[in-house]
Ligand binder design. Structure first.
Ligand code: APR
Length: 212
């Protein structure tokens, strides 16, 4: 049981070379919009739809697994976040459960790395700042065989929130990274911006730190 290295990155989650990518799914596990649509498109709509159809749906707060098919990621963990209805219907607890259960099922696969989108903060309307707090608090408390957790932001404000929270949690394993420039990214690889972090100053954050 290890404490994971937690990092934040602004990118398209479907490009990441991690073992597990988390999908912000719906209860039926059908293709949606947002990050769900991007994951289905990148994995292969017909293959991922067929795999999801065999799972019999998923309750909010729970998580289920499929192959990643054509994604760089080997697996997709589909978790169903809460629809925001004002905050008095247990939405925060359900969101925390999404993060906890996703780590549990990924750990059950023997995975070492996992990337999360900002679950429920798009179509489902969960306030971004509270959602970021729940994500960081819940994942910081997780202990499993997973060594690296990437919090993926799709916008600069969410990235800023993650970076502030991760810094506040006092992570020692590695700093958050900024949006990569075109020179920082190769397909299927996740590279830190070298101007921000150098391996010599952060020995656990080498060029291959997020590769499988
Ligand atoms: N990579 C990373 N993050 C992304 C991407 C992407 N390619 N596309 C969108 N996002 C971000 C959004 O900016 C948002 O912050 O993912 C976050 C979650 O937004 P949604 O995808 O709308 O997910 P959610 O709010 O949980 O709503 C789930 O939407 O697509 C449907 O089937 C899904 O019904 C379900 C609902």
């Amino acid at each position: 049981m290890t404490r994971p290295i937690l990092t934040a990155l602004q990118t398209d989650i479907t490009t990441l070379d991690v073992e597990v990518v988390v999908n912000a799914a719906n209860r039926a596990l059908t293709m949606g919009g947002g990050v769900c649509g991007a994951i289905f498109e990148a994995a292969g709509v017909s293959e991922l739809s067929a795999a999801c159809a065999a799972l019999g749906g998923c309750n909010p707060g729970d998580a289920k697994i499929t192959s990643g098919f054509r994604l760089p990621a080997r697996w997709v963990v589909h978790t169903v976040g809460p629809v925001w209805r004002g905050g008095h219907l247990g939405e925060s607890g359900v969101l925390a459960s999404c993060y906890r259960r996703s780590v549990e099922v990924a750990n059950g696969l023997g995975a070492r790395s996992i990337a999360f989108p900002a679950i429920s903060t798009g179509i489902f309307g969960f306030p971004r700042e509270s959602a970021a707090q729940i994500a960081v608090t819940t994942l910081s408390a997780s202990r499993s065989g997973i060594e690296r957790i990437v919090l993926v932001a799709f916008d600069p404000e969410t990235l800023r929130q993650y970076e502030a929270l991760v810094a506040g949690e006092g992570w020692t394993g590695g700093p958050s990274v900024r949006p990569p420039s075109s020179g920082d990214r190769r397909k299927g690889r996740l590279l830190p911006a070298s101007a921000v972090v150098r391996p010599s100053t952060h020995p656990q954050w080498g060029r291959a730190a997020l590769n499988r």
